[in-house]
Design a protein around this ligand. Structure first.
Ligand SMILES: [Zn+2]
Ligand SMILES: [Zn+2]
Length: 139
């Protein structure tokens, strides 16, 4: 039996539901995902045979298909947030992990395209961490 997951974009215009189960959770370090996310890697869940239902403002969802590749990204045209995409060629729904409002149910299953990984991700152990935005206590 399949589970149901809810998600939305940052501005709240777009809401969606996924019915299905996630088999894979890839952290993708490819250069396209670096451009598309503005960060070090994408974090995408895949639900084979999953059903994607737009619950609100489907018309705000735009999809970018990168030429001559399988790279595809859906996003809210109001706020730019990454959103799910049905990839028919593999009968799977790609779900950006950060777009889920439901808890992410599985741990990452693989890191892919690590040959493109940014150098600055590797040495974070000595970088200070803050629970929220750090307060500037320097005089
Ligand atoms: Zn939005
Ligand atoms: Zn990628």
């Amino acid at each position: 039996m399949s589970h149901q997951y809810l998600g939305s974009c940052l501005c709240g215009a777009v809401k969606y539901q996924i019915s299905g189960d996630f088999q894979s959770f890839f952290l993708c370090h490819c250069t396209r995902c670096q451009k598309g996310t503005g960060s070090a890697h994408a974090a995408n869940l895949f639900a084979k045979g999953g059903v994607l239902t737009w619950l609100q403002n489907k018309d705000d969802v735009k999809t970018y298909q990168h030429p001559h590749s399988q790279h595809v990204k859906s996003f809210c045209q109001q706020c730019g947030s990454a959103l799910p995409t049905l990839i028919e060629s593999i009968d799977s729904v790609l779900v950006p992990a950060g777009s889920l409002d439901s808890p992410v149910p599985i741990r990452p299953t693989a890191q892919i395209f690590v040959e493109s990984s940014v150098g600055w991700l590797e040495t974070l152990d000595d970088v200070p961490s803050y629970a929220t935005l750090p307060v500037d206590d320097k005089k």
